[in-house]
Design a protein around this ligand. Sequence first.
Ligand SMILES: Nc1ncnc2c1ncn2[C@@H]1O[C@H](COP(=O)(O)OP(=O)(O)OP(=O)(O)O)[C@@H](O)[C@H]1O
Length: 212
Amino acid sequence: MAEAGLRLDHVRINLRGRALISLDTLIRPGEVTTVMGPSGSGKSSLLALVTGTLAPEFETAGQVRIDGHDLSGLRPEARRIGILFQDHLLFPHLSVGENLAFGLHPRIEGRAARAARIGAALSEVGLAGFADRDPATLSGGQRARVALMRMLLSEPRAVLLDEPFSGLDAALRAQIRAQVLDHVRQQRLPCLMVTHDLEDAQAAGGPILRVG
Ligand SMILES: Nc1ncnc2c1ncn2[C@@H]1O[C@H](COP(=O)(O)OP(=O)(O)OP(=O)(O)O)[C@@H](O)[C@H]1O
């Protein structure tokens, strides 16, 4: 049977002959592994390797697999990796609902079914009735929740977190972090988180890998 989870199999990333990252690990479904390290140590590059968007000047070795399937031949959009960033990256010219529709898996067909799924996703994070809002009118925490649901609606096979809680104040940070981690665990998604914050790493409850 194929190994379940996100496998970084002897992954190495070098830049112009300089070793950046070297990792060998398995992240099981529902588990969050945290990567910590100084600025410039290659953490974002590691995430880019997983999503298939690493710039060609990086030299890489090893394999990334999800549930036993090697990702190397797949285009970024075919990899089905969900990612959350610090600045949430909602499309500013689209409403909240349209942002969520963008994430929604194409398997869900029909205007009514899609609207219902979006409404349910908003309710799940306490944002019922927000579909027509302009993202610019939301608070940081509300934007983070919309970004979380947009990511989950795409039905990813694995989740990457790139400092997604950094822009939030302490109380909100803990709340959003708990919400994101709960969803990842409930949906049994393997999750790789990059953070500078030890509290994030501890809250994740999984292995902490130090790089750099
Ligand atoms: N597109 C690129 N082309 C060339 N070099 C790059 C590119 N992107 C990043 N780098 C370099 O690669 C190295 C690793 O960068 P990376 O962003 O992965 O580090 P990081 O650990 O995520 O840093 P931070 O914590 O500051 O976000 C740095 O030296 C950076 O300058």
